[in-house]
Structures are given as structure tokens and as C-alpha cells.
Ligand binder design. Structure first.
Ligand code: SAM
Length: 353
């Protein structure tokens, strides 16, 4: 398989885009992807498995976008960044929301000693009961800012372990994250609120919360970035982010929790898993059902199914498929190559800028 390698760096991230912490985000080469798409001059663009939506964010500058992810908090995030009416929110009101009267509510009741300290849980409960009363466009921004604060305050930036003790342990750390873990929610909320304020822009984006296997895949250009799966491991987005997903579904959260899980994770029923056992079937369906002139697909060089399998499937539908590799440095794991498959009749010409 011929691969053209580029170096990806955090410095290449889109200037305005907030400093997200999200597993598998493509901020370091989103500009590259967006430039390829722009060359195709599409009128419609569909991003499936959207995550932070950084590609949709860039592409919305030059065409109509549809964004899909099955996590509500990702949908809330992208709505907070792109809106048809940017001037419809009161930033003053959003700042005032940080003056919280702590209370004992859903989070204090269900998550004691799991992810945050008691006084932090009460702050979150107090914040949420006011935020939920705001109009939708303001609520999206408030919740997105709070979610980034929650993620920043967590070891490994996730909720896959109920390991509050890890944060509280008095040991000498060789890294700086614990400084952020111990910043208060108010400060972090205001920091991320400001980042969203600078990034928020006007655009034509339809946001759909849904399973990619059950929506119509029809656009001039489609970009798909499924979760990482290898032979021995897969990234389980529900397990990593169930707590912030709950925040974005505040009024339904307690009914969605699967109380038999030690993490108090949301029930799997509406969040289908993507793993080794079903990855080939899901990808086969995706490739078969896409109706588009160009299809872009992100995959890891150590992913399962293996890259040559992906290439052979794409070649069944598109006469020409180019493969670009981005070399990334991953903490404790050294260099990693992330791949971008570009399926289009003139694929080879699209990444020569
Ligand atoms: C690798 S991440 C996408 C990262 C994104 N490209 C970015 O730059 O942030 C994969 C995304 O797929 C979503 N996802 C997983 N299974 C899904 C499904 N069946 N339908 C829709 N979205 C799904 C996850 O919620 C996650 O946001």
C-alpha cells in the first residue's frame, strides 16, 4: 500500500478552535482534510462519527454541512460553536451562571466519591439546575463549557474509572495535569466559556444525534472517522464520556443510568458498540451505503480491520483511492501513523496544495 506521509502537529490546529480534550480528535490535521474537501467544491458535506466536529467547523465556511454523532454532548458542543444566529445569546447571563448556589441533587445523590469531591458535586448540581432553565442556544454553550471543565478536571480526561482517590493522593507528580484537576469549576467554566465565545461563528450546519448505521448517507462529500479498534483493544466512547453525556441529557439522566455498572454508565441500549466483533460488518455497510462523489475515511495504521482490507473495500466502489499518513507523537507510545483514505476519481491530485 503506497502511503504519502505528512507530519501532524498540535500547532497545525485551527487557530480559533477551542483547546479540546477528546480521544481520537483530528484537530492536528483537520486543516489538511478541509483543504482537500475545499478542492472538490462541494455544495453539501456530511461528517459521520463527528466527535468534536473540527472538520465540520472548518468546512462550514464554504458549504452546507450535516454533522452526525450518537453522543448528545458532542452534538451540543458543535451547536455551541456554529449557529445560524450568532448574536442570539447573552454572554453576561452565561458568565453570571458561574455564581452558583451549591445544592444536593442528581450528581450528589448518584456519584459520591466517584469522580469529584462532595463540594464539587454540589457545585455541579447547583450549576445544572440553573443552566437547564436557559433557552436552548444559551444552554448549549453553558453545558459545553461545563463539560470541558469536567473533562479537564479528570485524570486521563475521562470517566472510565471511578478513581477520585487518584486525584487526591498526596504524591509527587511528574506531570502538570494535577494543577488543572485541582482548579475550581468556576474558573475552568469561565475559561472554556471564553474559548467558545471566541470560536463561535455563523454557519449552516444541521446537527443529528444518531447511529451512523441508521441515517441516510447522501452528500457531495462524506467524511467518516469511526472509533479506534484494534485486535486487542477498542475505544469505548460511552464508557469514557458517560458522565458528560449525562450532563447533556440532564432531564433524562437518572432514567438512562444502568445501575448494575460500577461506573453508573448510561445504558448501552441506545449507544451501540463498535468493536472487533462487528467492525467489519459496520464498515462494509458504511462503504456500501455511502452515496457521494468523494469519500474520506480516517483510520489508524494499527487498526482492525487492517488498512489493506479498508483499501480493497474502497476500491470496489471508487476507481482511485489515495492514502495519506500523518505521523503523530503519542505520549508514552512514541510515533503513530494515522491514515486518511481519499476515494475520488482524481484522488492523487487532491492533496497537492
Ligand atoms: C474517532 S471519534 C471522532 C473524532 C472526530 N473526527 C474529531 O476530530 O473530534 C469517533 C466518534 O464516533 C462516535 N460514534 C461511535 N459510534 C457511533 C455510531 N454508531 N454512530 C454515530 N456516532 C458514533 C463517537 O461518539 C465519537 O465521537
Amino acid at each position: 500500500m503506497k502511503i504519502k506521509i505528512f507530519k501532524a502537529s498540535r500547532k497545525d490546529k485551527p487557530e480559533q478552535f477551542p483547546s479540546v480534550r477528546f480521544y481520537g480528535n483530528k484537530t492536528s490535521y483537520a486543516k489538511f482534510i478541509s483543504k482537500v474537501i475545499e478542492k472538490l467544491r462541494p455544495e453539501t458535506f456530511l461528517e459521520v462519527f463527528g466527535g468534536t466536529g473540527v472538520v465540520s467547523y472548518l468546512v462550514s465556511d464554504f458549504c452546507k454541512v450535516t454533522y452526525v454523532d450518537f453522543l448528545e454532548f458532542c452534538c451540543t458542543w458543535i451547536r455551541s460553536l456554529i449557529s445560524r444566529e450568532v448574536n442570539s445569546v447573552s454572554w453576561k447571563k452565561l458568565e453570571k451562571l458561574a455564581e452558583v448556589s451549591p445544592e444536593r441533587g442528581l450528581i450528589s445523590r448518584n456519584f459520591k466519591n466517584m469522580y469529584f469531591e462532595d463540594h464539587e458535586n454540589e457545585w455541579l448540581d447547583g450549576f445544572m439546575s440553573n443552566a437547564w432553565k436557559m433557552k436552548k442556544s444559551e444552554r448549549d454553550i453553558a453545558i459545553s463549557s461545563l463539560i470541558q471543565a469536567c473533562i479537564a478536571k479528570r485524570p486521563f480526561g475521562a470517566f472510565h474509572r471511578a478513581n477520585l482517590y487518584f486525584r487526591k493522593r498526596r504524591v509527587k507528580r511528574s506531570f502538570n495535569n494535577w494543577i488543572t484537576w485541582n482548579r475550581n469549576f468556576k474558573e475552568l467554566y469561565l475559561r472554556f466559556l471564553n474559548e467558545i465565545k471566541s470560536a463561535r461563528k455563523q454557519g449552516n450546519v444541521e446537527v443529528i444525534r444518531g447511529d451512523c448505521s441508521s441515517i441516510s448517507l447522501d452528500a457531495d462529500v462524506i467524511y467518516a472517522d469511526p472509533p479506534f479498534v484494534s485486535k486487542s483493544y477498542y475505544v469505548d466512547y460511552l464508557k469514557l464520556y458517560h458522565f458528560v453525556e449525562g450532563l447533556s441529557r440532564w432531564d433524562e439522566w437518572e432514567d438512562l443510568i444502568d445501575y448494575s455498572t460500577s461506573l453508573k454508565c448510561l445504558s448501552r441500549k441506545i449507544y451501540p458498540e463498535f468493536k472487533k466483533a462487528n467492525a467489519k460488518d459496520i464498515l462494509n455497510e458504511l462503504f456500501k451505503n455511502c452515496s457521494c462523489n468523494a469519500f474520506l475515511f480516517s483510520w489508524a495504521s494499527d487498526g482492525y480491520p487492517e488498512p489493506p482490507w479498508i483499501l480493497s473495500k474502497l476500491k470496489k466502489r471508487w476507481s482511485s483511492v489515495a492514502v495519506v499518513g500523518f505521523e503523530k507523537h503519542v505520549y508514552l507510545r512514541g510515533k503513530k501513523i494515522e491514515l486518511l483514505f481519499i476515494a475520488h476519481e482524481k484522488a492523487d491530485k487532491l492533496f497537492k496544495f
